[in-house]
Design a protein around this ligand. Sequence first.
Ligand code: GRF
Length: 208
Amino acid sequence: MLNVTVLVSGGGTNLQAIIDAISEGKITDTRIVQVISNNPGAYALERAAKAGIKGICISPKRFESRADFYDALLKQIDDAGTDLIVLAGFMVVVPPSIISKFRNRIINIHPSLIPSFCGTGYYGLRVHEAALAKGVKVSGATCHFVDEGTDTGPIILQKAVEVLPGDTPEILQRRIMEQAEWKIMPEAIQLIAHGRVKVEDGRTVISE
Ligand code: GRF
């Protein structure tokens, strides 16, 4: 059984996709042991509550220093027996202390085809604004392991999504969520839960 901690900050539609995939049997041998938000108002916490999953807020504002906040976050993750950390719209930079302890056991979803439109400053609608400004005809989403860089870790799954005439950043964001993010994040978790993802020389190898 893969014990997953999901870290969130906002709406939690990717969290919902994971919850639904577990209840529909598309993800097996996996349970979400807790959802942690840095933001007390995150709707994702309500989604967790509705699904009967423990939801916790750990706000950096409650701590004297950033280091104390990160210590509390790591302790909460550790104490729950976490095997895999899923970043589902978590707007906090994960510190090296957590990354090194959970090497190739943290995954993130990014709303572009990495290495396009990623790295520092590319988050939320900015990603889609940049894609539209460039005039790309295809964008998409990438699920990847998290390393010390920004969006630089080994790529697990990617899915392309068409950019259509008349797209706004908001419309493109929604299409990429529906057609790519909500699909590949659960698929990646299912692959990991069944030991099918290995990292070799900074790249993933997915076995049959
Ligand atoms: C998504 O667009 C995801 O790509 C990005 O943050 C957003 C999270 O949305 N990393 P939600 O909270 O899952 O609805």
